[in-house]
Structure formats: C-alpha cells, structure tokens
Design a protein around this ligand. Sequence first.
Ligand code: APR
Length: 314
Amino acid sequence: MSNKITVIGAGNVGATCADVMASRELAADIVLLDIKEGMAEGKAMDIMQTSSLREFDTRVTGVTGDYQATENSDIVVITSGIPRKPGMTREDLIGTNANIVKSVADSVLKYSPNAIFVIISNPMDTMTYLTLKSCGLPANRVIGMGGTLDSARFKYSLSKALNVPSTEIQAFVIGGHGDTTMIPLIRFATYNGIPVSELLSKELSDKAVADTMVGGATLTKLLGTSAWYAPGAACASLVESVVRDQKKVLPCSVLLNGEYGQKDIAMGVPVVLGKNGCEKIIDYKLNGAEQDLFNKSAEAVRGMNSVLHEMKVI
Ligand code: APR
C-alpha cells in the first residue's frame, strides 16, 4: 500500500476518485483538499462512514486549504477548477482553470517534492503541460487522466453495439482529450482478440466512435455539469497501476519527445504505469490516416497551450 495520496478538489470528480481509491485501499492515508470551507471535511467524513460497510482501512481526511496536511504525499491528483456546463467545450475552461492548477501545483509541490502528479482538471492536456512546465517536473511524474476515461467510454460503446461485456473488449483512445481531438482507434479494438471491425458493420462501428467522442458532452447535457463516476473510477485505475506497480498499459496524457512524431506537447498515448509513474510510452504503428488525425489533434492542443503563454502562466 502506498503511504499517502492527496486529492485536490473535493467536488464531484475529486470526491468520487477518493471514494474509489479508499474502497480499494490504495493508500494508508488519503487527504482531500478544497478551497470551499467544509467541503472536503464533509466529503471525507461521508466516505469514512462507509468504512465498516465496505470494510476498508484507508483513512480519508478532509482539509480546507491546509497544504501542510498534504505533506509527503506519494501521489497528488489535481481535480480543482470549474467543470463545463452544457454547450461548453473542455477548452472553454482554460482561463479559469490554468490559474487554479498552477497555484495548486506550486503549493502542493512545496510539501511533496517527490510526488507523482495526476492531472484531471480540463482542458486536461494543456493543464498537464502547464504542470510539467511551471513545476519543472520530470516527464515520468506528470500524468494526465483523459485517455483512460475515453477508452472506458469507447469499450462501453463497443460492448453495447456487440452486446458483450465491456470487460471483454480491448480498445484505446489516443490524441487530445477533447470532443473533436480524441482518436478512438477502431482498427486496434478487439473482442477477445477478434477485431471488432470483423464483427460490426461500418455504420455501427462509426456510431461507437462518434458516441465515444461526444461521451462527455452527452453527459454534461443530461446532468447540467460534467460527469464524475467514470472520471473518478478511471483516475483510481490509473493510480492503482502506479501504487501497486502493476505496469498496466493505459492511455494517458504525457510529454512526448518524438513519439508519435510529436515533441514538447502532452497528449494521450498508451503508457506503461508503474511505481515510477509513466515508465514507458508504447509507440503504436499508426497508419497514414491515423497519423494525420494525431497531427491534427496535436495542432489543436498546441493552440490551447499557446494560451498559457498569452496568460503568462508559463
Ligand atoms: N484549490 C482547491 N480547490 C479548488 C480551487 C483551489 N484553488 N478552486 C476550485 N476548487 C474546488 C472547488 O471548490 C470544487 O469543490 O474544485 C472543486 C471542483 O469540483 P466540481 O465543481 O464538482 O467539478 P468536478 O465535476 O469535480 O470537475 C473538476 O475535473 O473533469 C474535470 O472538467 C472537469 O475541470 C473540471 C474538474
């Protein structure tokens, strides 16, 4: 068991992530920190009151703005910031969230200089890049959570189309974590080793891809705010691979240095996650059309990253 995990932001995603991590006993201690008075304390207490029911030993503590309580965390998950409302894209959040993520990352790093950072706040690829640049952390220690969620949504869409359990589908989404920038790799998707393209009509596989891409927006429209169960669970799976050194391959946003033909950008690619964070990038052989989509996605993410310079946060 890892010693300590801090989750910044005790809102929908942060609290759900802490809840799933506690129930799986991913750390002895989980600290939830929020800026809103009482929010983290209340969520932590509510989670702890399930400990006898769900039989876990992890201690979840909530604090309001007290960074000292986060001291010596092995992992820091950043969810602080505003979520999107119906009609908004993840990119619309940059003006508010860049300032929040920068100040939070600086504050938490002072108390946990060796932590591995997991970034969830949107626009996630740009917030990952911001954390890398503004904190000057090595590439293996900053991991953006988006592709793991998008891939879970892709597996679910495919499982519905095929009428099979989602656990029997293998599928990856790479690229940016945006409605138009993500790339569900249908060519690599399989059902127990059988390419799904052999099992589904073009129309149905196109629909699974399209449903995945608007997965977040569909939920935002239904809920009036962005989703939390799948983002929280996806983050917990990513963290679990790190704290248990499972070496799972999950799509995450990490700094690219020539992989997939891109440099100086954080984008979703399949990575091996172990005790050192991102331990290896798996360089899939994309075909021409897929590489074109990846390059286009990189262009959009780079455009977002340039806003960070305009805002003078890096
Ligand atoms: N420090 C700590 N917490 C903060 C700060 C800050 N500077 N600024 C905001 N927060 C907190 C808010 O008080 C709130 O409790 O972040 C929390 C965000 O929670 P929600 O509003 O419920 O948003 P959520 O749905 O959890 O989404 C958080 O994750 O998926 C992304 O797009 C989403 O960027 C959004 C983030």
